[in-house]
Design a protein around this ligand. Structure first.
Ligand SMILES: NC(=O)c1ccc[n+]([C@@H]2O[C@H](COP(=O)([O-])OP(=O)(O)OC[C@H]3O[C@@H](n4cnc5c(N)ncnc54)[C@H](O)[C@@H]3O)[C@@H](O)[C@H]2O)c1
Length: 266
């Protein structure tokens, strides 16, 4: 039996970002790369921002056969004026770039704390600030902030990261309240541990901070509070981002889409 036409159309509505421009930060890396490819697969013209020029070139190469386009834009997001300018005229903004240092507070270098807050909180503010006038002008825009379960829960030895992500969740909610009257939604996507270089790089630091061998870090530290005992893939996170940009998500704003394998169910 075939479904009535109206129902078929409702359930088959694909994500179509043809004619839309998107900006993704941290696009050369794991989640940002997956988000860029997902949005380009939906037809968007994606401005791919990262400080890693070689990574961006590889990404552009991988995107060749997709319906949309990927434009590499090499930029260090600590240059806040340049970040704000780069966001001008974009319809979809994905604030994703991030970095991590695992260290007790009394040993945490203040300059690294400052850099983490700059890249992961102040740059998103400046990018949103740069993007909103165009979004407001056309009455449509999507801001997606790649936060973390660490935007909702703390872990020891991650003071800068947890502070930045909690701040990002607040910035996202404020953006939602201000943007609602202009057709702009703002949400966080908040994953648990994702299989990316950012996680691989922190294994040694975690082992040192917790005083355990590296091979025990995954099960005893990273996945300790997670009911589903595995890492999540970058493509799963990108699909959540795509949903928030899609035609059925216009009422979803000021919230966090949590992909944490049950971590926050505790
Ligand atoms: N991997 C995880 O387990 C996980 C979990 C939750 C949230 N997140 C978040 O997802 C986002 C992406 O993380 P990922 O795991 O893909 O990391 P990643 O290290 O693979 O990618 C991060 C990207 O950000 C870029 N970047 C860092 N500093 C920059 C700067 N100053 N200017 C421009 N680009 C810069 C890097 O070059 C890199 O390409 C981050 O915000 C991270 O906090 C990751």
């Amino acid at each position: 039996m075939t479904a009535p036409p109206a129902l078929t159309a409702l359930h088959a509505t694909p994500l179509d970002l043809g004619g839309r421009t998107a900006l993704v930060t941290g696009a050369a890396g794991g989640i940002g790369r997956a988000c860029t490819l997902r949005l380009a697969a939906a037809g968007a013209k994606v401005r791919a921002v990262d400080r890693d020029g070689a990574g961006l070139e590889a990404l552009a190469e991988s995107s060749r056969d997709l319906p949309g386009t990927v434009e590499p834009h090499v930029l260090d997001l600590t240059d806040l004026d340049a970040a704000e300018l780069a966001a001008t005229g974009t319809d979809v903004l994905v604030n994703n770039a991030g970095l991590q240092l695992v260290r007790p507070i009394e040993e945490f270098p203040p300059d690294v704390f400052h850099t983490v807050l700059t890249v992961m909180l102040e740059a998103p503010f400046r990018l949103i600030r740069g993007a909103l006038p165009h979004m407001y002008g056309q009455g449509w825009g999507r801001v997606v902030n790649v936060s973390s379960v660490h935007g909702l829960r703390a872990s020891a030895y991650k003071s800068a990261y947890v502070a930045a992500k909690h701040g990002l969740e607040g910035l996202s909610k404020t953006t939602a309240l201000e943007g609602a009257a202009h057709g702009v939604t703002s949400n966080c996507v908040s994953p648990g541990y994702v299989r990316t270089p950012l996680v691989e790089k922190q294994i040694a630091d975690q082992a040192r901070a917790h005083g355990i061998p590296e091979e025990r870090v995954l099960s005893e530290v990273l996945l300790q509070d997670t009911a589903v005992k595995r890492l999540i893939e970058p493509e799963d996170v990108a699909e959540a981002v795509a949903y928030l940009c899609g035609p059925r998500a216009s009422f979803v704003t000021g919230t966090s889409l949590v992909l944490d394998g049950g971590w926050t169910a505790h």
